[in-house]
Design a protein. Structure first.
Length: 342
């Protein structure tokens, strides 16, 4: 699925019969014949190469392709090829449904955490028709990679530059596929994800309308370009003071409860388990920047969090039961009994 920009031509009896300049190609494309593909996979960027194909090979292996593009199978063929550029394409779920391309690298080690607030720009095309854009692709794509965009010059310039989208990732207000992509990006990185898995572009919660339902139908091909402008990197929970711990854990528990109510039991279970882990591994009880366990506010908030911990363990048990993970049900029950003998 990797893509290249190439120039190539075919000659027979000294006459050019095929000629293409700076065209987009891939090994699985129908635009290239078997000989051209075999040549292409041996080449590197900026390499030029010529190969000669006997008419006997054309008749035996390339007859259908030759008829399609007008090559005479009764004459030898000379192929000249030059590779200008290369773009790695990732088959994200290994089923050809979702392809990811990275057009430019971002600043190293600036990727967001799940607790981060991200600012990004995007362009969404459905079957080639633009539905949303606050991103000028031409402005952020390196000139040598623009040939891979495969959209019109006009569309590549469309944008509302004043609009930057801003979301907190662990609020789960973004579609799951978009969250996954942003988590893997560094700041100032540009990626494209092309997918037919429309369900991955639906937000978890009905009130979120970044991507409107009416934009998509089953079988549509959706292309989403993402450019990460900025992402903060909040400290780990263990390095927060008790009021900040209380705020973060309460917010996460509220999201988990919303997931449970809309039937996303597996996702809710993971979130409840994540919250419980902060207690089980001691992150909640770390003292930071001169905090004292004897402080009245600290005691009050810690008691509230203890109740929250018990609720999350209980809810996780219920989730595991609904998921028919009965061994985990027993483990959560044992943990609850151990934490409260009464």
């Amino acid at each position: 699925t990797d893509q290249v920009i190439i120039s190539w031509e075919g000659k027979q009896k000294g006459i050019v019969i095929l000629h293409k300049e700076n065209c987009l190609a891939s090994i699985d494309s129908d635009d290239l014949g078997l000989c051209a593909k075999k040549l292409l996979i041996t080449m590197k960027i900026h390499e030029k190469c010529t190969c000669y194909v006997k008419k006997e090979f054309l008749e035996k292996n390339e007859k259908e392709y030759c008829q399609k593009v007008g090559i005479d199978i009764n004459a030898d063929l000379e192929i000249y090829m030059e590779v200008h550029n290369f773009l790695r394409v990732q088959d994200y779920w290994h089923d050809d449904s979702t392809l990811k391309k990275r057009y430019c690298r971002g600043k190293k080690d600036t990727h967001p955490y799940m607790e981060s607030v991200v600012e990004f720009k995007t362009m969404v095309l459905v079957n080639g028709q633009m539905k949303l854009s606050n991103l000028s692709l031409k402005a952020v794509t390196p000139e040598k990679k623009r040939g891979f965009l495969a959209i019109s010059e006009e569309d590549s310039m469309k944008a509302d530059p004043s609009l930057v989208l801003k979301y907190k990732l662990d609020d789960y207000r973004l579609p799951p596929l978009i969250t996954k992509m942003l988590r893997e990006m560094d700041c100032e990185e540009l990626v494209e994800v092309a997918t037919t898995r429309i369900e991955k572009l639906a937000a978890y919660f009905e009130e979120e309308v970044l991507f409107k339902k009416e934009w998509f139908k089953l079988g549509d091909r959706v292309r989403v370009f993402l450019y990460l402008v900025h992402a903060d990197r909040p400290p780990a929970l263990a390095k927060l003071k008790m009021p900040e711990k209380h705020l973060r854990l309460t917010g996460l528990k509220n999201v988990a409860t919303k997931m449970y109510k809309i039937g996303k039991i597996k996702k809710a279970s993971k979130l409840y388990q994540k919250i419980a882990g902060y207690f089980n591994f001691g992150d909640v009880d770390t003292l930071f920047e001169g905090e004292s366990k004897e402080d009245m506010e600290y005691k009050k908030l810690r008691e509230e969090l203890q109740i929250l911990h018990k609720q999350c363990c209980t809810n996780s048990l219920v989730c595991k039961y609904k998921l028919k993970d009965y061994s985990s049900v027993i483990s959560w029950a044992d943990l609850l009994i151990e934490s409260d003998k009464n």
